[in-house]
Design a protein around this ligand. Structure first.
Ligand code: F6P
Length: 459
C-alpha cells in the first residue's frame, strides 16, 4: 500500500460509522412505501427512497481537493449518507427507544422529538418510545424523574411550542450509572439531542456500551443555536435564532435613527463563535460594527472602536453595533472565571461593558449620544422553530430514526454539502466550529458593514 493510500486510509477510517452488527431484517419501509403501481411489487417504487452504506458524500467538494486525492490514487475523504436502509438491525416489535434533550434550549427541539416518534412509530412500528426527562439526569435513579411514554398522539402538537417537552439539563452524570440504567430499562436505542457537552456524553456512553459488549445504539442529533458543532454545516434552531436576532437589530436601527447621536447596541448569544451575530448582521445590513469572539478588537486608541464610533456619529448621525457575547473577553483579563455545569466558561458581560465605555467616552465630546442597549438574551432561543427549521428538524428526526434502526451507533446525523450524513460523534466533538476570519461569511460582513480593522493603530 502506498504512503498516500495509507494516509488516506487513516483519514477515511476516522469517518467510518460504527455498527452494532449485520443488518438481517427487512425494513418495514419496503412494504410501506406507497401502493404498488401497475400490480408491481413495492420494491420498484421503494428503490429511490433507500440508500446504503456505499453511498458517500465528499467531505471537501472542491475540485482542487478531488484532484489531490486522484493524484495520490486515493479515495477522497467522505461521509456515509444518512437515510433508510433496506435491511435493518433491530426488530421493531422488540425495540425500546429513548429520547433525551440536554444543554441549553434551542428552537426545534420539539420538532425533532416529534419527527423521531412519528418515524419510529409509523414507519417502523416501534411502540415503545420513552422520553427521558431533563437530559441525562432522567436516567439516573437518584434524581427521581419519571419516564414519559411518547406516542404520535402525545407529540402531535408539541411542534407548536418552543423549548422541549422533555425538559433539559446541563452537567455530567456517571457514565457507568447511565449505561446501568439503559440495561435495566432494556433500552436498545438512545437518541441524544444536544450540543457539544451532550455529544461528548453520548460518545462516552457509546464507548462504555461497547466495552460491556451490549447492543445499544447511541445516535446524536446536533443542537445549538450557536451553530458551532464540527462537521455539521448547520445545526437546527440556528436559522430561527438568526431570524429573531435580525428583528432585534432592526429595532436597534430604528431606535438609533430616532434620536440625535443614536447608537443601537445589540448583544447576541454566541458563546465562542460569532455565527449568529455575523449572519443576523448580514441579513439586516444595518450594522456598522460587528464584534465576534474570533476577531480581536480594541476599544481605546486610534482606529479602535470608540474613535471609529465617534466619527461614524459625527458623519452619519447614528450607528448600530452588534456584539456576540463571547467577543472582547480580553477586557476582563484578571477577573475570576466561573464555569457552568457543563464546564463552559461563563463569559463576562461584554454588552454592559461596551455600553458603559461608550457612555463615558461621549461625556466630554462635542456630540450628543443616545445609546439604546438591547440584549434579547434567551428570547432568541426559546422561540418555536420557523418553517425552514421545522422542515430541517423533521428530516433530522427521520434520518436519526433510520440510522438507529440500522444499528448505527456512536454517530450523529447532520447536513454536509447539502446531503444528510452520518458523522462519528468522536469526530464532531474534536473541535468547535468557528467563523473563519479569512472565510466568506466574515468577508461578507466586512463588505456589507464597511467595517475596518478595529485594532488600535491599524489602518
Ligand atoms: O450554546 C448555546 C447557548 O445558547 C449560548 O449561546 C449561550 O452562551 C449558552 O447557551 C447559555 O446557556 P445557559 O444560560 O442555558 O446555560
Amino acid at each position: 500500500m502506498s504512503k498516500a493510500t495509507q494516509r488516506h486510509g487513516q483519514a477515511h477510517d476516522e469517518l467510518n460509522i460504527e455498527s452494532l452488527g449485520p443488518t438481517k431484517i427487512d425494513s418495514p419501509l419496503l412494504a410501506k412505501r406507497g401502493a404498488p403501481k401497475d400490480g408491481n411489487p413495492s420494491e420498484a417504487i421503494a428503490w429511490e427512497a433507500f440508500t446504503d452504506d456505499s453511498q458517500r458524500v465528499l467531505k471537501d467538494a472542491t475540485l482542487a481537493s478531488l484532484a489531490k486525492f486522484q493524484e495520490e490514487g486515493a479515495v477522497p475523504a467522505c461521509f456515509e449518507e444518512a437515510g433508510a436502509r433496506r435491511k435493518i438491525y433491530f426488530d421493531p416489535s422488540k425495540s425500546r427507544a429513548g429520547i433525551l434533550t440536554a444543554g441549553g434550549l434551542c428552537p426545534g427541539l420539539n420538532d425533532v422529538i416529534r419527527s423521531l416518534v412519528m418515524t419510529l412509530f409509523y414507519r417502523y412500528g416501534v411502540q415503545n418510545i420513552l422520553g427521558v426527562k431533563y437530559g441525562y439526569q432522567g436516567l439516573i435513579p437518584s434524581y427521581g424523574h419519571s419516564l414519559m411514554q411518547l406516542t404520535p398522539a402525545s407529540v402531535a402538537e408539541i411542534h407548536q411550542f418552543g423549548g422541549t417537552v422533555l425538559g433539559s439539563s446541563r452537567g455530567n452524570q456517571s457514565i457507568e450509572e447511565l449505561v446501568d440504567s439503559l440495561e435495566r430499562l432494556n433500552m436498545n436505542i438512545l437518541f441524544c439531542i444536544g450540543g457539544d457537552g451532550t455529544l461528548k456524553g453520548a460518545n462516552m456512553v457509546a464507548e462504555e456500551i461497547k466495552n460491556r459488549g451490549l447492543k445499544i445504539a447511541i445516535v446524536g442529533i446536533p443542537k445549538t443555536i450557536d451553530n458551532d458543532i464540527g462537521l455539521v454545516s448547520r445545526s437546527f434552531g440556528f436559522e430561527t435564532a438568526v431570524a429573531v436576532a435580525t428583528e432585534v437589530i432592526r429595532s436597534a436601527h430604528t431606535e438609533a435613527l430616532g434620536a440625535p447621536g443614536g447608537v443601537g447596541l445589540v448583544k447576541l448569544m454566541g458563546r465562542d463563535s460569532g455565527f449568529i451575530a455575523s449572519t443576523a448582521a448580514l441579513a439586516r445590513g444595518d450594522a456598522n460594527f460587528v464584534l465576534i469572539p474570533e476577531i480581536d478588537f480594541d476599544v481605546d486608541g486610534p482606529g479602535a472602536l470608540l474613535e471609529r464610533l465617534y466619527w461614524r456619529i459625527k458623519n452619519r448621525g447614528h450607528a448600530v453595533i452588534v456584539v456576540a457575547e463571547g467577543a472582547g473577553q480580553k477586557f476582563f483579563a484578571g477577573e475570576a472565571q466561573t464555569t457552568d455545569a457543563s464546564g463552559n466558561v461563563l463569559h463576562k458581560d461584554i454588552g454592559q461593558y461596551l455600553a458603559e465605555r461608550i457612555k463615558n467616552f461621549f461625556k466630554d465630546k462635542d456630540l450628543e449620544l443616545n445609546l439604546k442597549y438591547l440584549d434579547p438574551s434567551y428570547i432568541i432561543r426559546s422561540a418555536p422553530a420557523n418553517s425552514t427549521d421545522q422542515v430541517f428538524c423533521s428530516f433530522l428526526g427521520q434520518k436519526a430514526a433510520h440510522a438507529a434502526m440500522a444499528g448505527k451507533t456512536n454517530c450523529l446525523v447532520g447536513q454536509w454539502n447539502d446531503h444528510f450524513v452520518h458523522v462519528p460523534i468522536a469526530m464532531a466533538i474534536k473541535a468547535r466550529k468557528k467563523v473563519d476570519p479569512m472565510g466568506e461569511l466574515w468577508n461578507s460582513v466586512l463588505e456589507r458593514t464597511g467595517q475596518p480593522s478595529l485594532k488600535a493603530g491599524e489602518a
